[in-house]
Structures are given as structure tokens and as C-alpha cells.
Design a protein around this ligand. Structure first.
Ligand code: HXC
Length: 258
């Protein structure tokens, strides 16, 4: 297994867990951490033995944003060329479902990383925010686009323009998180959700993720057409036959991911 310095990886039950691990900087996302995170995640995505990925941080912080100290002296051209960060394109194009398990601060790039995931589970200690405005800048990893899609323009505008943080309960109420759990149960709960996803038919899971993604990017009519084709295509898989046969035989399905 690859040796990483800013993340810890772990695999069990067809679930890969990536733990952000820069405790001295509240998991601030510097170029090295982001490169390791993307390399590890994309590697797990390519492994058919992995059915879901969990990304988590520490009790105190999921990630307190992009590393301010690393960015502070950069100029326009350097940032426009990507700054210290590799492109997130490979990360957001992954086909394996990704669960963000958030405790403590998820600020700036940390909140944006969570929003690049498919599911966000939050500990009751979670605090979400886009405080870039306090630094004289604005969100740069997609926050100005994904936050309004998640919680609506007016709530997103208040957060982005004032830098106000949102607690877990408000985040759940606003539709930013899938579910809130007690902090002590976050890791186990995230693993449980990931294991459940990983136990399903991989082609069906990939197609469902594709369709959900389409819902964020396409007009309704196109999204519904996309779904109609993807749904019909799922009847070409062995897993569809097995799933529907298992239901009728009143037993658990044994998916082969074919
Ligand atoms: C670098 C950071 C950091 C960050 C925290 N640290 N956040 N270092 N970049 N984003 C470091 C602190 O400097 C400090 O180290 C250590 O982590 C602990 O932080 P404290 O501030 O002492 O902790 P606390 O008082 O509990 O406050 C926690 C906090 C605060 C509220 C989260 O640290 C904070 O406001 N952080 C910045 C949050 C932020 O503005 N994020 C957006 C970044 S811009 P030292 O060694 O100094 O004691 C962004 C843009 C994304 O994300 C797009 C980029 C292209």
C-alpha cells in the first residue's frame, strides 16, 4: 500500500476509508494533502473490490479549509493555473459513491470537499461555513455553485457573503447534510452506510449515482430521459435478474456485479 503523509487509508468490507490527517492545521487542505486525497480516492474508485469510499477527518475538524499559509502570497496567474492544488476533475468524476463523515469544522474548502461527495453524514459537533469572505476572497472549490444548489440561493448567499457558520442541526434542516448522528457514532455509522452501499449491485449503484448527478446538471426533461435509458439498461445485467428472482424466492440477493 502507498505510504501517505497527510492521509490515512484503510479498507474493510469493500469500503475504503480515507482519513485526513494534518491535526496541527485542523486538516487544512494544502497541495500535498489534496494530491494524496485525490490519488487515493481515484485509486480506490478504479478497484472493483471497493464499493464505497468514506472521507473523514478528526473529532475537531473535517477540514478547516484550504491552507491559508500556503496560498497567502500567491498571485492571480498562479491561482488561475491551479495554485498549489491538483485538479479536482478526477475526484468529482469518480463512479464509486463517496460519503463525507464530518465532525467539527468543515469550512471553506472543507465544506466544498464535503459537497463534492454523494452523502454527507454529520456529527452533532459539525460546523459548516464558507468564511472566505473574511479573507478577502470567495469560495474557490465550487462552494458558490454547490451550496446554493444544496440549500437554496438565499441561505447560501447569507453564508457566503457573511462567512457565518452553520451548526449540524441547521445544516440538516437546510438540506446540506443527509443525516446528523452523535459524534461518538460518526465513524461507525459512516462505515455502516458505506457497507450497505457496497453490498448492492455495483452496476446499479454506478447508474444510480450517474442519474443523481444528472439531476444536478440537467433540466428535468433531459434528466428524466437519461433515467429512462439508464433504468431500461439495468435490465441487461445479471444482477437485475438475481435481484428480482431473490425477491420472489424470499431470500437475500447474491449480486455478482455483472
Ligand atoms: C492554514 C489553518 C487553517 C487554514 C486552521 N489552521 N485553519 N492553517 N489554513 N485554513 C491552523 C491555525 O493556524 C493553527 O495553527 C491551528 O490550525 C489551529 O487553529 P486555531 O485557529 O488555533 O484554532 P481555533 O481557535 O479553534 O479556531 C478554529 C477555526 C480557525 C475557527 C477553524 O482556525 C479558522 O478560522 N480557520 C480558518 C478557516 C478558513 O478561513 N477557511 C477558509 C480558507 S480559504 P498555528 O500553528 O497557527 O497555531 C479556502 C478557499 C478554498 O478554503 C478554495 C481554494 C482554491
Amino acid at each position: 500500500m502507498t505510504e501517505y503523509t497527510s492521509i490515512i487509508t484503510d479498507v474493510s468490507d469493500r469500503v475504503a476509508t480515507i482519513t485526513l490527517n494534518r491535526p496541527e492545521a485542523l486538516n487544512a487542505l494544502n497541495g500535498a494533502l489534496v494530491a494524496e486525497l485525490i490519488e487515493a480516492a481515484v485509486g480506490f474508485d478504479a478497484d472493483p473490490g471497493i464499493g464505497a469510499i468514506v472521507i473523514t477527518g478528526s473529532e475537531r475538524a473535517f477540514a478547516a479549509g484550504a491552507d491559508i499559509k500556503e496560498m497567502a502570497e500567491l498571485g492571480y496567474a498562479e491561482m488561475y493555473l491551479g495554485g498549489p492544488f491538483p485538479s479536482w476533475d478526477g475526484f468529482v468524476q469518480m463512479r464509486t459513491p463517496v460519503i463525507a463523515a464530518v465532525a467539527g469544522f468543515a469550512l471553506g474548502g472543507g465544506c466544498e470537499l464535503a459537497m463534492m461527495c454523494d452523502i454527507i453524514l454529520a456529527a452533532d459537533t459539525a460546523k459548516f461555513g464558507q468564511p472566505e469572505i473574511n479573507l478577502g476572497v470567495l469560495p474557490g472549490f465550487g462552494g458558490s455553485q454547490r451550496l446554493p444548489r444544496a440549500i437554496g440561493k438565499y441561505k447560501a448567499a447569507e453564508m457566503v457573503l457573511t462567512g457565518r457558520m452553520m451548526g449540524a442541526e441547521e445544516a440538516e434542516r437546510s438540506g446540506l447534510v443527509s443525516r446528523v448522528v452523535p459524534a461518538a457514532e460518526l465513524r461507525d455509522e459512516a462505515h455502516k452506510v458505506a457497507k450497505t452501499i457496497a453490498s448492492k449491485s455495483l452496476p446499479a449503484v454506478y447508474a444510480a449515482k450517474d442519474a443523481l448527478q444528472a439531476s444536478q446538471e440537467m433540466p428535468l426533461s433531459e434528466g428524466l430521459r437519461f433515467e429512462r435509458h439508464a433504468f431500461a439498461a439495468s435490465f441487461a445485467t445479471d444482477d437485475q435478474k438475481e435481484g428480482m428472482r431473490a425477491f420472489q424466492e424470499k431470500r437475500a440477493a447474491n449480486f455478482t456485479h455483472r
